[in-house]
Structures are given as structure tokens and as C-alpha cells.
Design a protein around this ligand. Structure first.
Ligand SMILES: Nc1nc2c(c(=O)[nH]1)N[C@H]1C(S)=C(S)[C@@H](COP(=O)(O)OP(=O)(O)OC[C@H]3O[C@@H](n4cnc5c(=O)[nH]c(N)nc54)[C@H](O)[C@@H]3O)O[C@H]1N2
Ligand SMILES: Nc1nc2c(c(=O)[nH]1)N[C@H]1C(S)=C(S)[C@@H](COP(=O)(O)OP(=O)(O)OC[C@H]3O[C@@H](n4cnc5c(=O)[nH]c(N)nc54)[C@H](O)[C@@H]3O)O[C@H]1N2
Ligand SMILES: [Mo]
Length: 699
């Protein structure tokens, strides 16, 4: 049996090592790195990949719709016919309505250097004369906007292993034991804990990361900025802040102080004030403030759940401010508390498929895609055709019931997919795509690159997105889309870069880059280099935000009361806050159909025993979770691992529509609101009120 090493291409923020045991062209088993530490050890999802490649529901032939949109009735057609139809529709819509009428719905299905779903589509549509793209991330948009206006960069963090130099780690909305963020983050965390570093988790749920920590601090969703501002109050009141650091490196701290002390609005932001809002006892807030200000160096590591919310910018701005107040920016063992995702910013070390530039600037906010298709509202481009590649937007973007209505509008919907996802079911033509195991590629993340050889031949008629667009480009007479073999591209990506040679990468399988800078902003703090902001300082007061003058976006970090939070009048009908999380069984909507992974933990709604009891909900029940936008029926898990007043549901599971607005698949987005954060149009799925009741069956 041959052992072939590769990795995964999906959107989970890690690139680990998979070892495929192949016999006569068939994968028999997949395991992972068992070598020297630090390993690139894969999770259960990667190791279960055999079940995904050979899944009985894999799409292996081009399909054309025969039933109504969404019904799921299709007939197989030849590639020749399928591509001719797609080319015809592209030409027709372009001629009748112009390129902006095409929504190129690209998603993160594959995030590698060559077969990248966003890159292959952008390259195609840029040659074709442009298309409309969605704008504003679901992932970390508000965090990025906050980091950019405060620190001048979209992302920044110390090297992952630097947490071992910390004395205190505050994992704020961060669940690295389940939500992957680099290969070894949790392994490092476990080592840190064993060395006696204090680890504290602040999260409405006791996650697996919380289980590993010394302390779990439950907090109401959307209220983190209130707690952080109160920590600042305690520090100022007791004179615990690092004033020399603030004087030297920050801008506008006095204005923040005036807000915190109540000089601005008459309300001192005391621990008691925050306790009312966030549900964390005042004594705990004060204790954490003293701890963070005294135990140094300390790393406040923010996750993204708290910013995928109304006014999500504020929690990150407040976190960065606390990091500055405690002098933890630019020091080993500290953390700037900025947005961070491993794997970005590494592009310069190795090439990738060039996308060219768009001849057209046409966008709408990601969460507003249904409004754009429904037309009228918002002045969005008038969409007549949807072309989806590596995206499951109907299931993954908010307000599925509105989305479903919107999908009756376009004249044509085309989808490249591996499975008949909720989105693909609405397509007119579905084109079957290979998995990464059936094509060759390279992936990069953080400090390493992994060569991804073709492990097996493509199953039946599946083709790569790149092949599909190459053929379409030929049919449409577009020149210059692709004149190279996959291997020629990969050679070009490696040539003249840090990796010595293509052959060496192929031979070794994994290449570890030289680590560049271990401590973010070290030069700014040690050598006096300016921060990359307009003032050269950490902008606690941001002139840029002031100039924008957006409602709910003050120029200094403040707690801004969220919509669909605990004080919203909507609580009269929908009294419970729903958070929809990323989980260990899935990478967004990928893997949600693998039986092996459901054995890890069944899909369920988490609810506190108090909330269950007051509703007559018992273990083993199914519940109906609902609000004005929709309802979903799911099994319940009654557990003290979630605080009262909050329920949680892992996102990614497939929409299975019943009558009206009901879903039986436990799909989170039948409930979520299609609203965006103010600065950069980020997702706000965690600002969502619901009611829960026992499911008694229909009728
Ligand atoms: N296994 C796995 N890994 C993944 C992914 C995946 O689907 N599966 N997805 C990848 C992608 S695309 C992304 S964008 C990232 C997402 O990474 P994150 O956004 O960080 O992940 P989430 O699970 O949404 O949120 C993290 C934690 O925040 C908590 N939380 C929610 N709301 C609040 C709040 O208001 N305050 C506080 N303090 N905590 C809150 C949640 O309970 C959760 O435990 O993960 C990446 N990694
Ligand atoms: N309620 C709620 N909703 C959320 C979130 C949340 O926290 N709460 N998180 C959001 C976040 S952060 C993200 S990033 C989005 C992600 O949501 P999407 O952008 O829709 O991405 P995925 O769910 O990763 O879906 C990728 C699709 O690509 C397909 N695919 C995989 N490989 C390939 C390939 O090589 N080619 C092609 N053509 N297709 C391929 C997969 O089968 C899958 O259907 O979800 C968002 N949705
Ligand atoms: Mo994401």
C-alpha cells in the first residue's frame, strides 16, 4: 500500500498533514503526522475525508434541473451540453443586461494556491468583463475594521508559540480546541497550562477550550465591550494602567478616560454598571481587571464570535485598548488583541493563481444578497444570473427564508459543486467538481507549505473548477485564461521564492518557512518605529471613524447596545439570545454530512437546564427554535455548559425545508438576521433573538 501525503483545502484556518493509504487507486485509510513535534496533526474532519470523497451523494455528472427550483429534481447531461448551456447563458445575460447583472458568488470551498475557488472564478470573470461580487466578510470583518483603525493593520498577533512566555492568557470568545486556528494552538495551550500559566475563557458556553482552562467566565452575547470598558474603569480607579506606555504609544486615551469615568455622559462605567449588562459579577470583573493589569506579560486573545454581531467593531477596539493599557503590545508573552487568522499574509513567500483586475466595481453587502436579488431596496445592482463556485450561500448567509424567495428571481443559476447542497438544489445547472485528492496543488498556512499531489484519479466525470473555466473560456473565445498544466503553474509559484525548488517541495511534502517576526509591533515598541496609522500611534481615538460619522460607531471604543440584545423590546416575544458557532464536526457547511463526524457529537441545540425546565423541555426531546424569520426543529442538549438566557447551535448543517418557514435540518440561518456591521458590512449572526419550545409534531 502506498502512502501519499497531502492536506485539506477547506475554510478552517489550518493546513495539517494527511497521509492517504492508497491501494490500486483507492484510498483505504487516512491518518496523520506521527513524526517529531511540532507535528502538523490533523483533526477528525481531515481524517474522515475518505467518507467525503467516496460519499454516495457525491456529484459525479453534470446535471440540469427538471423540477421547480429548490425541489432537487435534475437529469444528468453530458459535459458538452452542460458547458454549451452555461456559455450561452453567460453570453445572453452579458449582452442583454451587462456584466454587473451576473453575481459571481465565490466562496471558500477550496483555499489553496492553484485550485482556489475564489481565485479561479475571479480570474474568469475579470477576463469576461467583470461581474458583481459580494463585499464584507462573515468571518472577521468587524475585527479587521477595528484593528485597521486602531493599529493600522488588518491583522496582527505574536507567534502562536509565544503564548508559552505569557503568565496569563485571556481567551475572549476564542475556542481553539474546537474552532481551528492553526495546527498546534491547543497543544501549545495545554503545554502552557501544564507550566502553570493561568488560562481564563470568557464565553457564553463552556467550550472544550473552557474545559482545558482554569476558569470559565460566562457572558451574555454582544456585551463584551461593556465588561472591557469596566475593566478599564477598575484599572484607572486603582491607577493600575501602564501610563508611560499610553503616553508614548497611543492617541486619544484622555477621551476614552473621560467616557470611562463618566465625565462624558454622567455614567461611570463601574464594574456594577457592566455586571447589569453582561451578567458577569462585578467582583469577577474587578478581579480580572487587577489580574490583567498586574500579571505580566499577559495575552488577551480575541476570537471572532463576539464581533460577528451588531456593532461588533467595539469589542475588538476595547480589547486592543486594554492591551495597550496593560502595556502588552509589542512584548513577548503579550498580545495586541487584534484580529488574526493564521495563513494570511503569507502569499508573498510563494506565488498563487493571479486573478487580474476587475474592469467593473459592482458590489453589495454579503448579508444583503437576497435584497440584491429581490431588487428595489438599497440601490444594489440588478442581478439576473447567479454563478456559484465553492459557496453554499443560501445555507451559510443569514435569513434563508428570504434567500429562498430571492432565488426564484434570477433568470439563470449555475453552480460548481461536490454535493447537492441547499444552494445547489436551486441551480439550473450543476457542474460536478473534483475534491483536492483528485487534482494537484500546494497549500500554505502560517509558517509552512504542503504539497498536495493527485492522490487518486477524478471520480467518474468530476472536473476541477480550473478545467471547467478553461473550457468555458475557450467556448467564449476568451484568451489567456489558462495556457498551462497544473504542474506548470505550481512550478511557477515556487520558482525564485523561499522554497529551494519545486522538486524539493514535492519530494519532502512539507516545507517550513523561516519564522519572520515573533512579536507583533516589537519594532514600534522597542525601536520607536511609528505604528502604521495616520498618527503613527495606537489610535484609541480614531479620526477616521470620527470622519465616517456612522451611527453606532463612536470614535473611541464604547459599549453600544446591540439590536436583538437583552434590552431589545423584541425580547417580549423572543426572550432568548441565540449564538451560532463554528464546531468540531464541520468546517462551515463542509463535512456536515459525514456519519463518522456525527459520532463525535450529535447536532443539537444547547440550552441551560433552567431554560429547559421553565419550558417543559426534557432530555431526548426535539425543540422548535423560532422567531419572525423562521423556525428550525432540532434535538436538544440540556447542559450547564451554556448560561441561562442563551442557546447555541452549530452553523453549517443543511437546510431541510418543510412547510412554510420551517426547517428540519437544524440550519442556523433560518433564524439569523440579514443585517451588517456598520464600518465594513460584516456579518452579525450572533445578534439574534429566538424563542424555544418543545416540538410536539406538526398540526
Ligand atoms: N473546526 C472548525 N474550525 C473553524 C471553522 C469551522 O467551521 N470548524 N471555521 C473557520 C472560519 S471560516 C472562521 S471565520 C473561524 C471562526 O472562528 P470564531 O468566530 O472564533 O468561532 P465561533 O465558534 O463562531 O466563535 C468563538 C466563540 O465565541 C463565542 N461567542 C459567541 N458570541 C459571543 C459573545 O458575544 N461574547 C463572547 N465572549 N463569546 C461569544 C462562541 O460561544 C464560541 O465559543 O473559525 C475557522 N475554524
Ligand atoms: N449563522 C451563522 N452562519 C455563518 C457563520 C456563523 O458563525 N453563523 N459563519 C460564517 C462564516 S465565518 C463563513 S466563512 C461562511 C462560510 O460559508 P460558505 O462561504 O458558503 O463556505 P462553506 O460552508 O465552506 O461552503 C463551501 C462549499 O464549497 C464546496 N466545495 C468544497 N471544495 C470545493 C471545490 O474545490 N470546488 C467547488 N466548486 N466547491 C467546493 C463545498 O461542498 C461547500 O458546499 O459561513 C458563514 N455562516
Ligand atoms: Mo469564516
Amino acid at each position: 500500500m502506498a502512502i501519499v501525503t497531502t492536506s485539506c483545502p477547506h475554510d478552517c484556518s489550518a493546513r495539517c498533514l494527511l497521509r492517504c493509504h492508497v491501494e490500486e487507486g483507492v484510498i483505504r485509510r487516512i491518518d496523520t503526522d506521527e513524526g517529531q513535534e511540532p507535528q502538523l496533526r490533523a483533526c477528525a474532519r481531515g481524517r474522515a475525508y475518505r467518507q467525503r470523497v467516496y460519499h454516495p451523494q457525491r456529484l459525479l455528472q453534470p446535471l440540469v434541473r427538471t423540477g421547480e427550483r429548490g425541489e432537487g429534481r435534475f437529469r444528468a447531461i453530458s459535459w458538452e451540453e452542460a458547458l454549451a448551456r452555461v456559455a450561452h447563458e453567460l453570453t445572453r445575460v452579458k449582452e442583454e443586461y451587462g456584466n454587473a447583472a451576473i453575481w459571481a458568488a465565490t466562496g471558500p470551498g477550496s483555499l489553496t494556491l492553484l485550485h482556489s475557488t475564489p481565485a479561479v472564478s475571479r480570474r474568469f470573470f475579470n477576463l469576461f468583463g467583470g461581474a458583481t461580487f459580494k463585499k464584507g466578510g462573515m468571518s472577521g470583518q468587524a475585527a479587521e475594521d477595528a484593528s485597521h483603525c486602531t493599529l493600522g493593520v488588518l491583522q496582527a498577533a505574536n507567534a502562536p508559540e509565544d503564548i508559552l512566555n505569557s503568565r496569563l492568557i485571556l481567551l475572549w470568545s476564542w475556542n481553539s480546541a474546537e474552532v481551528v486556528s492553526g495546527c498546534n494552538t491547543t497543544w501549545l495551550l495545554a503545554q502552557g497550562r501544564d507550566r502553570g500559566i493561568s488560562v481564563i475563557v470568557i464565553d457564553p458556553r463552556l467550550t472544550d477550550t473552557g474545559v482545558l482552562a482554569d476558569e470559565w467566565v460566562p457572558i451574555y452575547p454582544g456585551t463584551d465591550a461593556a465588561m472591557m470598558v469596566a475593566m478599564a474603569y477598575v484599572m484607572l480607579k486603582e491607577n493600575l494602567q501602564d501610563q508611560p506606555f499610553l503616553d508614548r504609544y497611543t492617541l486619544g486615551f484622555d477621551r476614552f478616560r473621560a467616557y470611562v469615568m463618566g465625565e462624558e455622559d454622567g455614567q461611570p462605567k463601574t464594574a456594577e454598571w457592566a455586571a447589569e449588562i453582561c451578567g458577569v459579577p462585578a467582583a469577577t470583573i474587578a478581579r480580572l481587571a487587577r489580574l490583567y493589569a498586574s500579571l505580566k506579560p499577559a495575552a488577551l486573545l480575541p476570537g471572532r464570535g463576539m464581533q460577528r454581531a451588531a456593532y461588533g467593531e467595539q469589542s475588538y477596539r476595547a480589547a486592543i485598548t486594554l492591551a495597550a493599557m496593560t502595556g502588552n503590545v509589542g512584548v513577548s508573552g503579550g498580545s495586541p488583541a487584534a484580529h488574526w487568522t493564521p495563513g494570511s499574509g503569507e502569499g508573498a513567500r510563494i506565488g498563487r493563481l493571479p486573478t487580474g483586475t476587475s474592469p467593473l466595481e459592482s458590489v453589495f453587502p454579503t448579508s444583503k444578497w437576497a435584497d440584491a436579488l429581490l431588487g428595489g431596496e438599497g440601490g444594489y445592482p440588478n442581478i439576473k444570473m447567479v454563478y456559484s463556485v465553492g459557496s453554499n450561500f443560501l445555507n451559510q448567509l443569514p435569513n434563508i427564508n428570504k434567500g429562498r424567495r430571492a432565488l426564484s428571481r434570477p433568470e439563470a443559476i449555475i453552480c460548481h459543486e461536490q454535493f447537492l447542497t441547499p444552494t445547489a438544489r436551486f441551480a439550473d445547472i450543476v457542474l460536478p467538481v473534483t475534491t483536492h485528492l483528485e487534482r494537484c496543488d500546494i497549500c500554505v498556512q502560517g509558517e509552512h507549505a504542503i504539497f498536495m499531489p493527485k492522490v487518486i484519479e477524478p471520480l467518474e466525470e468530476a472536473r476541477s473548477d480550473l478545467e471547467i473555466f478553461t473550457e468555458l473560456a475557450e467556448l467564449l473565445g476568451l484568451e489567456g485564461y489558462n495556457g498551462r498544466s497544473d504542474e506548470e503553474w505550481l512550478r511557477e509559484f515556487v520558482a525564485g521564492r523561499e522554497i529551494p525548488s519545486y522538486e524539493e517541495l514535492k519530494e519532502r511534502g512539507v516545507y517550513r518557512f523561516q519564522r519572520r517576526e515573533k512579536v507583533a509591533f516589537r519594532r514600534q515598541v522597542e525601536e520607536g518605529e511609528p505604528f502604521p496609522t495616520p498618527s503613527g500611534k495606537i489610535e484609541i481615538y480614531s479620526q477616521r471613524l470620527e470622519a465616517m460619522g456612522l451611527p453606532g460607531v463612536p470614535a473611541i471604543p464604547k459599549y453600544v447596545e446591540p439590536w436583538e440584545g437583552r434590552s431589545d423590546p423584541l425580547t417580549a416575544s423572543y426572550p432568548i439570545q441565540l449564538i451560532t458557532t463554528h464546531g468540531k464536526k464541520t468546517a462551515n457547511s463542509v463535512y456536515a454530512n459525514l456519519p463518522w463526524l456525527l459520532e463525535v457529537e450529535p447536532h443539537s441545540l444547547w440550552i441551560n437546564p433552567l431554560d429547559a425546565a421553565s419550558r417543559g423541555i426534557e432530555a431526548g426531546d426535539r425543540v422548535r427554535v423560532f422567531n419572525s424569520r423562521g423556525q428550525t426543529v432540532v434535538p436538544v442538549r440540556i447542559t450547564e455548559r451554556i448560561m441561562p438566557g442563551v442557546v447555541s447551535l452549530e452553523q453549517g448543517f443543511s437546510y431541510e425545508p418543510g412547510q412554510g418557514t420551517v426547517d428540519y435540518g437544524g440550519s442556523a440561518n433560518v433564524l439569523t438576521r440579514d443585517e451588517v456591521t456598520r464600518v465594513g458590512w460584516g456579518g452579525t449572526t450572533n445578534s439574534c433573538l429566538v424563542q424555544v419550545c418543545r416540538y410536539e409534531g406538526e398540526g
